[in-house]
Design a protein. Sequence first.
Length: 436
Amino acid sequence: MDLEGFAKRGLLREDPEIKPKLISLIREVKRIPEDKALILAEAVLEEAKATLHPRGDVFRLESVGVSMGDFGVGSRGSGDFYTHTKIAEVIGRTEAVVDSRQLDDSGVVRAGGEFITVTVDGMHSRLSDYPFLAGFHVTRAALRDVYVMGARPVALLSDIHLADDGDVSKLFDHIAGIAAVSELIGVPLITGSTLRIGGDMVIGDRLTGCVGAVGVSDKITARKSARPGDVILMSEGAGGGTVCAAALYYDRHEVVEETLNIKFLEASEALLKEDLDIHAMTDVTNGGIRGDAKEISYTAGVRLQFEEERMRRLVNTRVLEMLDALKIDYLGVSIDALLIIAPEEEANEICRAIRKAGVAIDEIGRVEEGKGAFLQMDGRVTDFSPRFREAAYTPIKKAIGQDAKRDVAEMTARVDQAARNAVEKKRQFVERIKRR
């Protein structure tokens, strides 16, 4: 519960009941006497008033009237993908081998004659009450992002934020989930940070955080390297945090166990031991194959053709049964599968190496000249673009829906303006600091 945000909204609308409301909220969570809650409420209001209208250019923020929820940011659909292209514009051109412009989940720089791959993944927000699962799946996700760049992970780091009233057992349970994957795959967790969410201004027991990973390699397999004539291979997948959330919030708790594996990581390790010509790799993560297909097509400038029947056979049976029963599009959610794009003549050797590791794999499509992504299903070829938001996989996501609630073109123009404002502010302060 964000006390600071609540207080500022109340102050802006000059709510005469803001203090008693704050007292009530504080006592709802902290169960303390009213006189102590009054002291906290007055401190919150004092801080909120002091920062309601801060003076100075550095504090300036020109709101554009589009919220994260409005534009689907973080919901792994077309709105989210567009936002990431604008983030790349704000960052600007870099000297990195792979940076945010390529829309890969990892960045790559060259140092000491080697490629250094760096990535970070945020834990699934709906797993806050299940810290071990949150730690396990976010660690696996970070390692996936390093592996698909053709790099061998060498280190992990974590950043954990637990709200003020969270029991410390959550902290250790989360670390245990991270450490379990670390131990299973042999990549050490070497550093991190532990903080409270919002300090004293956020009450409750919400947990959030991220895990980062670093890898090294002598070559990379970025999405931009996909070429016409390549085949698309996919390994088996049982999902991660997304499937866990669907199983938890639809009362299919037994399905969670299916996600507790490291098959993706084992398949990736098997590939690293072979001298194979692989052009590009990615993990089928949030937004599903639909999202990955759009990003690869955009980045590499190619057309991708997929065969639905072959993809369906590679999804864990119990997971697929649950998704089908709940009418959740398995092509629009993370299934924790490895997607490989390689020359046709390499396909058999790639499949042999992965199957030897005990992981199923099959050819599911091809890369062609052109643009866009297409799906062959039931004898028809249809557009394979992602929706505005990823497949709705929890009851509240279904209540919100997958389509935009406002005019997309109008929101896009406002998002463009927000990005331009940020670029200009960055330019002004870079120049100002250089002149000192």
